[in-house]
Write a protein that binds this ligand. Structure first.
Ligand SMILES: [Zn+2]
Ligand SMILES: [Zn+2]
Length: 349
């Protein structure tokens, strides 16, 4: 029996290396040789530090990693479209395929007992091989790298969806609160979708500098008190037509609403926590449209892959740290520190 190396996250900020059988693809399934598997903020928040999740975020002791990208090395009986050698991104949640949310393409919102997310309830991408449903796989365009693909499979997809929800266009100035990987992705894609000015906020000076160095923001600040000045200066005191919170932090969410222009759109993408704000002042009287947005749909992910090629954008630009699978411990430590760009596990050959 062929075996592979994999990583589990037992909690308590630890990483456990395991040896597992290389799975056999059944009907409707494909086997991927993993090439890139990035770490998401959710992995840190709900699994690595401690197992916090319930429902969709309940971690069931499986091989971790829900941002997988690789190459198909085996297909189960009755494959419909994909074959050995195809490079694929995995939409990381397999749903029942039959409920309203699955029909919409948002398997992330599937509530059936068949729903299973890679790295949460079924084995994920932190292993040499990954078993995936063929319908969850999207062809990775030639022009994109495996690391690009891994970043699309959750983070960039999530950022893109938030921007779609806000209908960002060339009429808009964009505020991004939280410049972790999803915030950096939002800034990068938001500018390409037309935002004429991009303003960022993150308490980490390193992350502010990274966003500036990558040219993703026109101005970024680490001190919330200086954000008002930055927004005023960039928008003539009007506020941003669109604000997207990618932090999940209460004061950053409040700041996103506060600096959204009257009649503007605000999207909460950052997960967890709570928020308190003056509803009349910040929402009702400003006629603001406030959205929640969770991951993305399979179709939007596929469209994003196509757009990235046309836009000549490489998500991997925001990767600051690459590790081998046997260095997963260090990879998680770096990601948990909250000062880096994206952290990615890669397989070189
Ligand atoms: Zn994620
Ligand atoms: Zn479903």
């Amino acid at each position: 029996m062929a075996t592979m190396q994999g990583v589990r996250l037992p909690g308590n900020s630890t990483v456990e290396h395991v040896t597992a059988e290389v799975p056999e693809p059944g009907p409707g399934q494909v086997l991927l040789r993993m090439r890139a598997s990035s770490i998401c903020g959710s992995d840190i928040r709900a699994i690595y530090r401690e197992h916090l999740g319930h429902g969709a975020e309940a971690y069931q002791g499986v091989i971790a990693g829900h941002e997988p990208c690789g190459e198909i090395v085996g297909v189960g009986p009755g494959a419909r479209r994909l074959g050995v050698g195809d490079r694929v991104v995995v939409y990381h949640i397999a749903g029942c395929g039959m409920c309203d949310e699955c029909r919409r393409g948002y398997a992330v919102g599937c509530r059936s007992s068949f729903r299973a997310a890679h790295g949460w309830q079924r084995d994920g991408g932190h292993a040499d091989y990954l078993l995936a449903e063929e319908v969850s796989c999207l062809l990775l365009p030639e022009a994109l790298t495996f690391v690009d693909g891994a970043l699309v499979s959750c983070g960039f997809g999530t950022a893109y969806e938030g921007l779609l929800r806000a209908e960002v266009s060339g009429r808009d100035r964009l505020l991004v609160t939280g410049l972790g990987p999803v915030g950096l992705a939002t800034a990068m894609l938001g500018r390409e979708m037309g935002a004429t000015t991009v303003i960022g906020l993150d308490p980490s000076v390193e992350r502010v500098r990274l966003a500036e160095r990558l040219g993703l923001v026109d101005v970024a600040v680490s001190d919330p008190d200086t954000l008002a000045d930055a927004v005023t200066e960039s928008t003539g005191g009007l506020g941003c037509e669109v604000a997207i919170d990618c932090s999940g932090n209460a004061s950053a969410r409040e700041a996103a609403l506060r600096h959204t222009r009257t009649w503007g759109r605000c999207v909460f993408v950052g997960e967890g926590g709570t928020v308190t704000f003056a509803v009349s002042d910040l929402l009702i009287h400003k006629q603001i449209r406030l959205h929640g947005s969770w991951v993305t749909s399979v179709l939007h992910m596929e469209q994003l892959l196509e757009h990235l090629v046309r836009w000549e954008l490489h998500p991997e630009a925001i990767v600051t740290h690459r590790f081998r699978l046997d260095q997963a411990d260090e990879a998680y430590r770096v990601a948990d520190a909250g000062e880096s760009g994206k952290v990615c596990i890669v397989w070189e050959d």
